[in-house]
Design a protein around this ligand. Structure first.
Ligand code: TRP
Length: 533
């Protein structure tokens, strides 16, 4: 086999644009789309939430995705290496380090030793790495996300078999939730599936970019679409399904809350795999001749379509069976088997198994992308071979994931850890699982996205980023925004550049101002410093 060795000057590349789009869409399409998106839509008013989410995806998610791909492709490096290479303004990052140090000392003065320690550590890292801190933080975030992602990956994998063995034929909501609660509270039942899930991710990453990730994504994604379409057809042909469809397509603006807007924004990051260097890493395997702008549009489009399709697979069935759309996180794992079982065609077990197969495949291609970030960083920065890096990363993330599984609903199995966290930080989340989820999604991803957009907009500079994006897409990037809106792109008379409002200009304005401001607002809300009521 002539698999290219991954040395720093000979980086493996995707087979083509399509390979990149498939892999990145595989990363983006995951539990976020099929498990989370439907239930947060159900809890936030249906159609109107979808509308807001679409705004967030296109106005904030898309610009940041373009940023990440541009950084990755320009540097051909992992997140840490990429930020280090582009960081030319050390003095500014040093002053950030001083700010962090002062905050840390402040916490020490108030007896908050845990937070004081964390901020002082950040200060040291910022002094040492400058803007590389954003990349390093991203790698760390990916490590945390993959740990608890493996737990949920284990659940959905196990549920395929539970379905096949007729263990999901529920009659009542209580029965469904009892089975689910007992299952997640029993590490010995979850761990084997979690380890299988992690090994499946490791298996694909082992074979590298073209023969591993690209091949797996090209095989799995079409299969995922077929499964989704089967489930949608099953759902919308049930009697009473139209109420579910109505719920999704008729926005009721009275149900729009400021809270819902911010949930939508946070989810846009998670769903598109942004804010931690995942798409950046995939971008580093992209050839300069490929079009970043159209690739990003394709990835965002596919991700959004699957989220919407998941809505259409789930809500018509939920409404047809008279269930409530706002069941929360249990929607997929409790309500769906119940719904399938109550269809009354005696094939409930089959529909359930297919549904969880769909979830597992989606989770698999996302888990792969999270693992690849760690692997590529170890290869680039520590000169590991790919196989060593895969083994090492899988072992450490599975180890942290085991803690999340053992401590999934409360701390009762690791009381010393809870005590230690409370002693250091004053309080902690309900469980290790919640802690990992909360820290990474509510804090680290928005901060990573903010760091990335500020870095590209103000440090590396939009002019350098645009130069990178132009390679392979100059025809698209320099199209006049208004000419495009008016449908006159191919009109020979509007070619002369009398207006300067090109797509590049629009993107630059977003990345420097609109995107960072929106993220700051969402972040302040997430940490409870900003209320809208
Ligand atoms: N986007 C995936 C989902 O929707 C999860 C995921 C993969 C992710 N890579 C990521 C989330 C990087 C944040 C950052 O389930």
């Amino acid at each position: 086999m002539n698999m290219k060795r991954n040395t720093s000057n000979e980086r493996e590349h995707w087979g083509g644009s399509l390979g990149f789009i498939f892999a990145a869409a595989g990363s983006a399409i995951g539990l976020g789309n099929i498990w989370k998106f439907p239930y947060i839509t159900g809890m936030n008013g249906g159609g109107v939430f979808i509308l807001v989410y679409l705004f967030c995806i296109f106005l904030i998610g898309l610009p940041i995705m373009i940023c990440e791909i541009a950084i990755g492709r320009h540097t051909q490096k992992n997140p840490l290496g990429a930020f280090l290479q582009l960081d030319k303004n050390n003095r500014l990052s040093r002053s950030f380090g001083t700010v962090f140090l002062l905050i840390g000392l402040g916490f020490f003065c108030f007896g908050k030793y845990g937070l004081g320690g964390v901020f002082s550590l950040i200060a040291v890292i910022v002094y040492y790495f400058g803007w590389g801190f954003v990349g390093l933080g991203g790698i760390f975030t990916g490590f945390l996300i993959l740990a608890f992602y493996g737990t949920v990956g284990g659940w959905v994998t196990a549920y395929i078999f539970k379905g096949l063995f007729q263990q999901l034929n529920f009659e009542t909501v209580e029965e469904a939730s009892q089975v689910f609660n007992n299952f997640v509270a029993s590490p010995t039942s979850v761990l084997p599936y979690q380890i299988v899930f992690m090994l499946l991710c490791a298996f694909v990453v082992w074979f590298g970019i073209k023969n591993g990730i690209e091949l797996a994504s090209k095989l799995l994604l079409p299969f995922l679409f077929i499964l989704l379409i089967i489930l949608i057809l099953r759902g919308i042909t049930l009697d009473g399904a139209n109420k579910g469809i109505e719920f999704l397509v008729s926005p009721d603006f009275s149900k729009l809350t400021p809270e819902g807007v911010l949930v939508a924004l946070g989810h846009a990051f998670f769903s598109l795999s942004l804010g931690m260097g995942c798409i950046l890493t995939y971008g580093s395997y992209l050839d300069p001749s490929k079009n970043i702008l159209s690739s990003s549009l394709n990835i965002v489009f596919l991700d959004t379509m699957v989220a919407l399709m998941a809505g259409f697979a789930i809500f018509p069935a939920v409404f047809a069976m008279g269930m409530s759309p706002d069941a929360g996180p249990g929607l997929a794992l409790q309500i769906m088997p119940l719904t399938f079982n109550s269809i009354g065609d005696h094939l409930g077990w089959l529909w359930s198994s297919l549904f969880f197969l769909l979830l597992s495949i989606a989770a698999w291609t996302s888990g792969i992308s999270l693992l690849e970030v760690l692997v590529t960083s170890l290869i680039d920065e520590f000169k590991f071979s790919r196989h060593q890096a895969v083994m090492f990363s899988t072992v450490i993330t599975t180890a942290l994931g085991v803690l999340a599984t053992v401590c999934c609903t409360d701390w009762s199995r690791l009381p010393w850890l809870e005590k230690a966290l409370v002693a250091l930080f004053g309080s902690t989340n309900n469980s290790m699982f919640d802690l990992l989820d909360n820290i990474s999604c509510n804090y680290l991803l928005p901060l990573g996205g903010l760091g990335t957009s500020i870095f590209v907009g103000w440090i590396w500079g939009t002019h350098h980023a645009i130069a990178e994006i132009r390679r392979g897409s100059h025809q698209t990037v320099d199209v006049n925004f208004f000419t495009l809106l008016a449908g006159l792109k191919d009109d020979p008379n509007s070619q002369e550049k009398t207006h300067t409002m090109t797509l590049a200009t629009v993107w630059g304005i977003f990345i420097r101002f609109i995107t960072p401001i929106c993220v700051i607002i969402a972040f302040l809300h997430a940490i409870g410093w900003l209320h809208f009521d």
